[in-house]
Design a protein around this ligand. Structure first.
Ligand code: NI
Length: 587
C-alpha cells in the first residue's frame, strides 16, 4: 500500500470486515485463536531484523513480496522461506493491476513467481495480493491464484510510528483476521513485534495465511478473494513434527520417516536445505554414514509444513562378513576393522548374541550359515547367508526353503548346470537356447563329431562359443531346429513352448516309450497362445509332468524359463529316463 487512493479502498474493506460481529471473546470456538500477519512490499533493509524478532518469538508470518525487491534481496527470500514463513506474490513492481492488460498482469505474476521459485523450489504455489487491493474479475482470472486481502489495516505506511502500528494491530485484530503491515518501514518492524508479544499474552497463535485456512478445514481456490478465516469449530492443529528412525542394513542405514496422515515428506541426506524440489519420501531408503538427514512434513511446502527435523547419522555401520566355503570348510572374512563376526549354522539369523567366529569351521552337509559383524562404537551389520548343501555345493542364493533347491543341488552336483562363481547360481536368470542345448548335451554324456559341427547350418552359432558343440550335437540328433535355415538365436531366452518341444524330442531320440496319458489333462486357460508347432509337445510335457502351468491354469507358452526351472525340468526328465526314480541320492 502506498497511495492515498488505495487508503480509501482499504478503509472501506476494513470497515466492511469489522462491521460483522465475528469474534466475541466469550464465543471461542474449538481450537486456538489464530491470526495471520502479512508483510507487504519487501523484502527490504529491515526484513532481516524482523526475521530475527520473529525467530526469537517462534512466530510464522506471510510475506507478500515484490519481484523487484526479491531480485535485490534474494538472500532474504531464502532465509524467510527456510525459517518457515510463507512466501507470496505482490506483483513485480507494485503496478495497479486493473490498469494493465491480461498479458501484463500474467507477466507481473510470472516474473515474480520465477524469482520466488529460486528459494521455494520450482512449481511452488504462491498466494497473490494485488497492489492497493485493486482487482476485478478480469484481473482475478489473469492471476489464476487465490487472492488475499486483509481485515486489519494498520496504515503503518502513513503513520510511520511504532506505537501507532502496535495500537492499531491490538485494537483491530480478531480470531481469524489477516493483518496488513509493511516490512519496508523500520517503525513497522518495532510496532509489529511488540504487538505480537501482547497478542501472545491474549492467547493468539500466529500462522501463515495458508495455515489459517488449512487449520480451519478451508480450501483456497484460484481466482477467489479471501480476507479472513473466522472460527468455524474446526481446528486441524499445527503440522506435527515427523519421526525418523534408522537401522543397520548391509553396511548402511535404512531410514524410515513417519509423518501425520495426509502430509507429504520431503528430505535431503546431504545436509542441504529443503524446498519443493527436494526428494519426496515414498518408503524406507538406505544411506551411508556419516550423513546429515533433514526432513519436513508438509501439506504445502510453502506455508504449511512442520519444523525441519535434522538428524546426524554418524555412527559407522559394520559391513556384513564375506562367507567362503571350500571343501566343506567355512571361512568368514570381516570387512570392517574392529568388528567381531558372529555366526550360526542352523539357519537361524545370526545376531550379536550368536557365537563369535574365531577361525575356519568344518561344516556338516546341509548346514545353513548365517553371519553378521559388529562391535563397540558401531552399528551391527546386516546378515550374510549361504548354504553347504547335502551334496556339498556352496550356494549364496539357493536355500532349502526354495522349491527348486533339491533340483538345483542335483543338477549342479551332476555337472549339468554350473554356478556362475563364488557361490552364486542366479536361479532367477533366464536360460538361453544355447544354454538349454549345452545342458542337454552334458546330460546326454554323448560326444559331438567334427562332421556334425561342419554340417551345422547356423551362421549365428560361433564355433568358439561354449554352446557350439552342444548345438551341433542337438541339431544332428534332431533335438533342436533353427528359427530359420541359417539362424539358431543361441543367445535368446528359450520360451516355455520351445523348451517343451526340445525336451519331447530328446525323449524321443532317447528311445523313451510312452503309452499315452491315463487321463486327459484339462486344456490350459491360455491354450490359444500356444503355437501350432508346439501343441503336441506342450500336451505331452504336461502329461508327463515335465512342465506344468501356473496356479491359474496358464501354461505361459511365450514366457522365458529361469535357471531354477531348467534345473527342475532336467531332473524330472532324468527321473523319467531312469525309470521313474525320484531318489536324489541316485543321481
Ligand atoms: Ni503494497
Amino acid at each position: 500500500m502506498k497511495k492515498i487512493a488505495a487508503f480509501v479502498l482499504a478503509l472501506a474493506l476494513a470497515a466492511g470486515a469489522l462491521s460483522t460481529p465475528a469474534v466475541s471473546i466469550g464465543a471461542r470456538a474449538a481450537g486456538k485463536k489464530l491470526v495471520a500477519l502479512t508483510f507487504d512490499d519487501g523484502p527490504g533493509p529491515y526484513t532481516s531484523r524482523l526475521l530475527d524478532g520473529l525467530k526469537a518469538r517462534g512466530v510464522k508470518v506471510t510475506f507478500f513480496m515484490l519481484g523487484s525487491s526479491a531480485a535485490n534481496y534474494s538472500g532474504l527470500v531464502s532465509r524467510a522461506y527456510q525459517e518457515g514463513h510463507q512466501i507470496a506474490n505482490h506483483s513485480y513492481d507494485h503496478s495497479e493491476l486493473t490498469g494493465l492488460s491480461d498479458s501484463q498482469v500474467r507477466s507481473q505474476i510470472k516474473r515474480t513467481n520465477a524469482l520466488l521459485d529460486k528459494a521455494c523450489g520450482k512449481g511452488s504455489t504462491y498466494l497473490v495480493r494485488a497492489p492497493y487491493g485493486s482487482s476485478n474479475a478480469r484481473v482475478r482470472a489473469a492471476i489464476g491464484a487465490p487472492l488475499v486481502f486483509w481485515t486489519v489495516d494498520t496504515l503503518d505506511w502513513m503513520y510511520r510510528n511504532a506505537q501507532t502500528v502496535k495500537n492499531n494491530i491490538l485494537r483491530d485484530t480478531f480470531d481469524g483476521s489477516i493483518v496488513l503491515v509493511h516490512d519496508i518501514h523500520s517503525t513497522t518492524v518495532d510496532g509489529a513485534l511488540s504487538a505480537i508479544d501482547v497478542l501472545k499474552g491474549r492467547g493468539y497463535e500466529f500462522v501463515t495465511v495458508r495455515e489459517l485456512f488449512r487449520r480451519r478445514g478451508r480450501n483456497m481456490a484460484n481466482c477467489v478473494e479471501y480476507e479472513s478465516s473466522k472460527p468455524n469449530g474446526v481446528d486441524l492443529g499445527p503440522v506435527k513434527a515427523l519421526s525418523i528412525t534408522a537401522e543397520p542394513a548391509d553396511g548402511k542405514l535404512r531410514v524410515t520417516i513417519k509423518a501425520q496422515s495426509g502430509a507429504g515428506i520431503y528430505y535431503s541426506t546431504d545436509g542441504s536445505s529443503l524446498n519443493r524440489e527436494s526428494k519426496r519420501y515414498s518408503g524406507p531408503f538406505l544411506v551411508k554414514t556419516p550423513c546429515t538427514l533433514r526432513a519436513v512434513a508438509a501439506f504445502d511446502m510453502n506455508g504449511s509444513r512442520s519444523d525441519t527435523v535434522e538428524k546426524k547419522l554418524s555412527m559407522p555401520v559394520a559391513q556384513a562378513p564375506e562367507i567362503r566355503i571350500d571343501e566343506g570348510v567355512l571361512t568368514l572374512t570381516g570387512k570392517t576393522a574392529g568388528a567381531q563376526i558372529h555366526y550360526t549354522l542352523d539357519g537361524s539369523a545370526a545376531s550379536m548374541e550368536s557365537p563369535i567366529y574365531a577361525g575356519p569351521v568344518e561344516l556338516q552337509p546341509g548346514a545353513v550359515v548365517s553371519a553378521c559383524a559388529g562391535g563397540k562404537g558401531m552399528l551391527s551389520s546386516g546378515e550374510s547367508r549361504a548354504v553347504y548343501s547335502g551334496r556339498g555345493n556352496f550356494f549364496r542364493d539357493v536355500f532349502p526353503n526354495h522349491w527348486f533347491y533339491e533340483s538345483v543341488d542335483r543338477a549342479v552336483s551332476a555337472g549339468y548346470l554350473y554356478g556362475v562363481g563364488n557361490g552364486r547360481f542366479c536361479p532367477g536368470d533366464d536360460v538361453t537356447r544355447g544354454q538349454l542345448a549345452a545342458l542337454l548335451y552334458r546330460y546326454s554324456g554323448e560326444t559331438v563329431f567334427e562332421q556334425d559341427l561342419e554340417a551345422m547350418p547356423f551362421e549365428d552359432v560361433e564355433r568358439g562359443k561354449y554352446y557350439a558343440a552342444a548345438v551341433a550335437w542337438a541339431y544332428s540328433r534332431g533335438i533342436v531346429s533353427g528359427v530359420d535355415e541359417k539362424s539358431f538365436q543361441p543367445e535368446r531366452g528359450v520360451t516355455r513352448q520351445e523348451m517343451s518341444r526340445i525336451l519331447c524330442r530328446y525323449l524321443e531320440v532317447s528311445g523313451f516309450s510312452w503309452d499315452g496319458p491315463g487321463e486327459e489333462l484339462p486344456a490350459y486357460a491360455d491354450a490359444e497362445e500356444i503355437a501350432p508347432w508346439a501343441e503336441s509337445a506342450v500336451k505331452r510335457a504336461s502329461e508327463l509332468g515335465l512342465m506344468m502351468g501356473d496356479d491359474k491354469g496358464n501354461f505361459l507358452p511365450k514366457e522365458s524359463s529361469a535357471r531354477s526351472q531348467a534345473a527342475a525340468v532336467l531332473m524330472r526328465l532324468s527321473d523319467l529316463l531312469s525309470g521313474g526314480s525320484s531318489d536324489p541320492s541316485e543321481m
